[in-house]
Design a protein around this ligand. Structure first.
Ligand code: PFF
Length: 457
């Protein structure tokens, strides 16, 4: 295997996993789904699913990668080596292919939104703001009408991602994620201080933390599950790839728990930052534009707001770059493991494909604006279909695969690494979740969404 590098430290994994988990999902997507699903009750559902389903499935993906030392396609193939029934083999391999294909499509629109962030960063940097809060709505509307500019920005983003991924695991990812997370957390917390001093902060806290279950819809379980998978980077095969780079002594349950706890914490902080601004401005609560329209209002009210704005959009951009690196890494490492393609060849090839794929979502508010289903444009449709439907299907397949096809000793060995806990009980619970509870919850979420297609809630 030409690619297989190993992280020299345990932290290498954390940085890469957190770098991939933490991204636009936390700051751009979370406030939208939260608003669509009415606040507090959805927050509870989200936290509950992140730990009950998210953590066990991360562990399952990591075990698959660590035990086979391969990315998802190779890992499935190796585990299925003794399976003679070609149909069964192809069915399981189909899950891996779907994961890689999903990564490619997600990256195509992720690059477009990353381009929006880059645009806002550059405008703040050059002080192209105004005291009225950056004319954020107009800035975004103009950008969205300009397909060419969005394609160019997405192109820059894809180029940067490809160059970093080609440089390899150690050099590319590890170095800067730790710094970035620390700076971003400090920035978020100081901005939240300001946001919570806005007039509607009480109402915002109530919105976020008072669970009104009547606000949930028939689609809420699917949307919460989809978002948990997306934000924790599950169902893309990325954790399989990361697991394959891991040192043998890393204790996976702890690794999964830490990634989930940090990522969920950041999402909650983002809710605390954004909701008070929206409610104070009586702005519309949902939609893809919420982040870009709300934050500049806050920057306009704080001293040195321009500096805060620049720093914020830079951090946000870097975190979306970190996430994009994870997504591209999945595809590149799979091509390497499967067809022995060199890292740089695979990187450029896939980068080119993603660039062409990004053209469609980049045009969704201009040339292709007529293309709408249920009031959603192309970009939103892609996001909803991939995250609410395809990711749960892949996660279901992975749960069942690890539960039924990976030998029990291989799984148990990972839990034995702990010296602190009675590993048997933890192992038993984990196995029960990936065998039963996880699949039941995922199938229920998909089933409710199917019913939701026919019933107006
Ligand atoms: N977890 C990222 C986010 O919340 O923005 C999205 C993502 C990144 C998914 C990398 C998958 C992945 F491989």
């Amino acid at each position: 295997m030409r690619f297989r590098a190993n992280w020299t430290t345990r932290f290498g994994f954390y940085f890469a996993a957190i770098g991939s988990a933490f991204g636009l999902g936390n700051l751009w997507r979370f406030p939208n789904v939260l608003a669509e699903n009415g606040g507090g009750a959805f927050v509870l559902l989200y936290i509950f699913l992140a730990f009950l389903i998210g953590v066990p499935v991360i562990i399952a993906e990591l075990i698959l990668g660590k035990s086979t030392q391969q990315s998802i396609l190779g890992a499935l193939r190796t585990t299925l080596a003794s399976e003679n029934n070609q149909k069964i083999k192809q069915m399981w391999l189909g899950i891996g292919k779907l994961a890689v294909f999903t990564s490619l499509l997600v990256l195509s629109y992720y690059a477009v939104i990353s381009g929006w962030v880059l645009h806002f960063f550059v405008r703040s940097l050059f002080g192209l703001t105004d005291p009225e809060g950056f004319q954020a709505a107009e800035t975004l509307a103009t950008l969205k009408k300009s397909g060419g500019l969005q394609i160019a920005l997405a192109g820059v983003h894809i180029l940067l991602t490809v160059v970093i991924v080609i440089k390899g695991v150690q050099n590319g990812i590890e170095k800067w994620v730790g710094y970035l997370m620390s700076i971003f957390s400090i920035l978020l917390i100081s901005l939240i201080g300001k946001s919570l001093s806005l007039p509607a902060s009480g109402e915002a806290l109530r919105f976020l933390f008072y669970p009104d279950f009547s606000k949930l819809t028939i689609n809420s379980l699917g949307q919460a599950l989809g978002h948990v998978l997306f934000t924790l980077s599950i169902g893309f095969g990325v954790m399989v790839t990361f697991g394959s780079y891991m040192r043998h002594d890393v204790y996976l349950p702890e690794a999964g728990l830490r990634v989930a706890a940090l990522d969920t914490g950041i999402s909650l902080l983002s809710g605390l930052l954004i909701v008070p601004i929206l409610l104070s401005a009586s702005a519309q609560m949902g939609g893809a534009d919420v982040l870009f329209q709300s934050l500049p209002r806050l920057f306009a009210t704080v001293k040195g707001g321009n500096l805060f704005g620049t720093a914020f959009f830079l951090c946000l951009y870097l975190s979306s770059l970190g996430a994009s690196i994870g997504l591209l890494e999945v595809i590149v490492s799979n091509l390497g493991d499967r067809w022995g393609m060199s890292r740089s060849k695979a990187g450029w090839l896939i980068g080119g494909v993603i660039f062409f794929a990004a053209i469609l979502p980049a045009l969704s508010s201009s040339t292709l604006s007529q293309l709408r289903i249920g009031g959603m444009g192309l970009l939103q449709i892609l996001d909803a279909v991939l995250i609410n439907w395809i990711l749960p299907v892949v996660a279901l397949g992975l749960c069942l695969f690890v539960a039924h096809r990976v030998p029990i000793q291989v799984k148990e060995k990972e839990f034995q690494l702990s010296r602190k806990f009675d590993y048997k009980e933890l192992f038993g619970n984990w196995l029960w979740i990936i065998r039963w509870l996880g699949p039941v919850v995922i199938v229920t979420a998909i089933g409710l969404q199917v019913i939701g297609l026919f019933v107006k809630s």
